[in-house]
Ligand binder design. Structure first.
Ligand code: ZN
Length: 220
């Protein structure tokens, strides 16, 4: 999944208003931010396979994408955040966001997601086999996230307004380019592009600093 993870990060703001969108994004996308690093150092492996959905054959990715590893990362990230910020609600939401990555990937991937590192079980419902269904789910989750984030925050200034909508439009275009463009020329290029996700997290921190929590509308 791609846009769906961003949808989770955006929507999670409503559940944890005091947590920055940047941190929420780091959590929801943690698996895909760690993955390119592990690819580059040769710990995890992927093969470019133009015939497959997404043109990728995920050979192994036990540390970034097994359910057990993500439960561990969720615990670690939640605990770390609580230790630094003392905002328990944010800690729980971040942990849930980390785990949500596996659940969403489980829906779209072919059966290639491991349960535990070293285990033989591989899971995935394969939604990626249908392009229309994939686009519907990806854009659907993304749209829900946008509505939740936009309604639970208000722009403090022009940066808060335009940087947010540029972020949303940019993500949508990047996704379409990746989906309908040619497959990546090499796994190194793929990993290098994947590292760009860290920049998106920085962008999200910048946006969030320019937006405040929306005042609750009084009940009519
Ligand atoms: Zn993933």
């Amino acid at each position: 999944m791609c846009l769906g993870h961003y949808g989770v990060a955006l929507g999670a703001k409503k559940a944890a208003p005091k947590t920055s969108l940047g941190t929420l994004l780091l959590a929801a996308q943690f698996a895909d931010l760690l993955w390119p690093i592990l690819l580059l150092v040769g710990v995890e492996h992927v093969r470019i396979a133009p015939g497959l959905p997404g043109s990728l054959d995920f050979i192994d990715y036990p540390i970034s994408h097994s359910l057990a590893a993500l439960l561990g990362w969720a615990l670690l990230i939640g605990a770390l955040y609580w230790g630094i910020r003392r905002y328990i609600r944010g800690a729980w939401v971040l942990a849930a966001a980390v785990i949500s990555h596996w659940v969403l990937d489980f829906i779209v991937h072919r059966p290639d997601l491991p349960l535990i590192p070293g285990g033989t079980a591989r899971l995935g419902l394969g939604l990626w086999n249908s392009l229309p269904a994939t686009l519907l789910v990806e854009f659907g989750l993304f749209a829900i996230g946008i509505v939740l984030y936009a309604s639970s925050t208000v722009a403090r200034d022009t940066v808060g307004r335009y940087a947010f909508w540029a972020f949303v439009a940019g993500l949508g275009l990047l996704y379409l380019a990746a989906t309908f463009g040619p497959p990546p020329p090499s796994t190194t290029t793929l990993a290098a592009t994947g590292l760009g996700g860290w920049l998106l997290a920085l962008w999200a921190y910048w946006i969030d600093r320019h937006r405040g929590v929306a005042p609750r509308t009084p009940a009519a």
